[in-house]
Write a new protein. Structure first.
Length: 132
C-alpha cells in the first residue's frame, strides 16, 4: 500500500525550529555569611556506624532534602568551602570530609553536604591517601 502523497509532503516540509540556548544561572555571593544563613542545618543528622576506615552510615532527616536511614557517606577532600552538617562548623577547601555516596544512577538531594573527618569519633583522617 502506497502512502498518501499529501501526508508524505507534510512530514517532509515541517518548519525547522531553532534550538534555544539556555545558560545556567550564576549566583554571586558578595558578602560573608554565617553557618546558619547560607545553609540551614538539617532537622536530624546522626552517625549510625563506621562501616570502614573510609565510609560511614548516616541517618539524615530533613523536610527540604529528604529522609535517609542508612545512607553511605565516603571520605574525600572538600572541593569548596562549606559548613558541617552536624555542627555548623566551617569547612575549608582541602579539608578531609565525609560526603554522601553519589553515582550516575544515584544522586541524593543532600549530595553537597559534608561532615569533617575530625568531628567523627574514631575516624582516621590519614586513611585518605591522595595519589599524585
Amino acid at each position: 500500500m502506497m502512502p498518501d502523497p499529501q501526508a508524505l509532503q507534510l512530514t517532509l516540509h515541517l518548519p525547522d525550529t531553532p534550538k534555544k540556548k539556555r545558560r545556567g544561572l550564576r549566583r554571586v555571593i558578595g558578602k560573608a555569611f554565617g553557618p546558619g544563613q547560607l545553609e540551614a542545618t538539617p532537622s536530624c543528622v546522626s552517625i549510625l556506624e563506621q562501616l570502614s576506615s573510609k565510609s560511614l552510615s548516616v541517618y539524615w532527616s530533613d523536610p527540604r532534602s529528604g529522609h535517609y536511614v542508612n545512607q553511605v557517606w565516603r571520605m574525600g577532600v572538600a572541593r569548596i568551602d562549606a559548613f558541617c552538617a552536624l555542627s555548623g562548623m566551617p569547612i575549608c577547601c582541602g579539608d578531609v570530609v565525609y560526603r554522601p555516596f553519589v553515582s550516575r544512577a544515584y544522586w541524593p538531594s543532600n549530595y553537597n553536604r559534608m561532615i569533617p573527618a575530625a568531628v567523627v569519633p574514631g575516624a582516621n583522617a590519614k586513611a585518605l591517601i591522595i595519589k599524585s
